[in-house]
Design a protein around this ligand. Structure first.
Ligand SMILES: Cc1ncc(C[n+]2csc(CCOP(=O)(O)OP(=O)(O)O)c2C)c(N)n1
Ligand SMILES: [Mg+2]
Length: 346
């Protein structure tokens, strides 16, 4: 097992344990917003972990621990009219788009008041009113869909950018190629964020590709590409903002590669025993929330007391959200056949 880690080498050595985050024009309020969303993501997932251990979650539980900066920083760079297709490790994206923790909790518990009425689980739901396209599969299928959203927006003369994500493993699929190539040749207002967290379930990146950087492929599609430290929320925000601006001004798609690390197993049932232990120690020191807290304090943007107050507020909010989610009943059996097929369509 350890051999895999060894022959794969250190993960993303270019992501330093640096205390200096990227430069930003974002106001203090904006930066505190990023902090709140990252904390909300982590603390919501902690609450979900408790519900899972209480056997209240139906099916698997997927965590974005360690990757919160990528989801939050990228979603924060979008405008309200834009569309985004989050994957299971993008809870932060959904929270930035206005999803309430209780919606996700109810969905994970298959409750009647969940967005899908208990028909699907985890974060598998969308809401077009909030510019959220429901995930289909983790493995690339959302890319052609979001390319289609970008094309539809252009045909309807809307000022709309479409953004979605792909894991390192997901880049090995045909859908990745077809979707990105389509977006490239049609010069669509499209942004694809490749979250390179080193693993696709138990398969290391070295068994998915021979290149070091996924972004190398941007050149093959003739589109812009950029590598970004996925654990620096300001770097992710700034890189996404540049990509979104390019898309909006007719410059076509961008492939952004966020270098990051999955701090848990593929899902809660997976102890990630195949990942070398040193990688967890190394990446704990690069934790995106800890790094951002130090940045906020060092730049006089927030005191320790203010950060603690934000955390305490989130904790109170989440207690209410958990109570509401638990109070929701399971759907009655007769609803099993509702909203399965479109009615009145021949
Ligand atoms: C066709 C298909 N095969 C397998 C799976 C199960 N599966 C879901 S995610 C995943 C790994 C994805 O790895 P990666 O793209 O690197 O994303 P990450 O989980 O690291 O965020 C697998 C094997 C699936 N959903 N669909
Ligand atoms: Mg991965």
């Amino acid at each position: 097992m350890a051999k895999l880690g060894k022959d794969w080498g250190p993960l993303h050595p270019e992501v330093k344990k640096t205390e200096t985050l990227a430069k930003t024009e974002l106001s203090r309020e904006g930066q505190l917003d990023l902090y709140r969303y990252m904390k909300l993501t982590r603390m919501t997932e902690d609450r979900l972990g408790n519900l899972y251990r209480q056997n209240k979650v139906v099916g698997g539980l997927y965590s974005s621990r360690g990757q919160e900066a990528t989801s939050v920083g990228s979603a924060y760079a979008l405008a309200p009219q834009d569309f985004v297709g989050p994957l299971i490790r993008n809870l932060g994206t959904m929270l930035v788009r206005g999803v309430k923790p209780r919606e996700v909790m109810m969905q994970y518990m298959a409750k009647s008041d969940s967005p899908t009425g208990g028909k699907d689980c985890n974060t598998h739901f969308g809401d077009l009113a909030r510019g959220l396209v429901a995930p289909i599969s983790m493995l690339g299928a959302v890319i052609p869909v979001l390319a289609g959203v970008a094309l539809a927006g252009r045909m309807q003369k809307k000022d709309l950018v479409a953004l979605t994500y792909i894991g390192d493993g997901g880049t090995s699929t045909g859908d990745f190629h077809e979707g990105l190539n389509l977006a490239a040749v049609l010069n669509l207002p499209f942004v694809l964020i490749a979250e390179n967290n080193g693993w696709a379930y138990s398969t290391p990146t070295s068994r998915q590709m021979r290149i070091q950087n996924i972004v190398t492929r941007a050149a093959a599609y003739g589109i812009a590409g950029e590598v970004v430290d996925g654990n620096d929320v300001l770097a992710v925000y700034e890189a996404t903002r540049r990509a979104v601006e390019r898309a909006r001004s007719g410059g076509g798609p961008t492939l952004l590669e966020a270098k990051t690390f999955r701090m848990k197993g593929h899902a809660e049932h997976d102890d990630a025993g195949y990942v070398p232990k040193e990688h967890f120690e190394e990446w704990k020191a690069k934790d995106p929330i800890d790094r951002f807290e130090r940045h906020l304090r060092d730049h006089g943007l927030a005191t320790e007391a203010e950060l603690q107050q934000i955390t305490a507020r989130i904790d109170e909010e989440l207690s209410r959200e958990v109570d509401l989610a638990l109070a929701s009943p399971f759907p009655p059996a007769e609803r099993a056949f509702e909203n399965v097929y479109a009615e009145g369509v021949i």
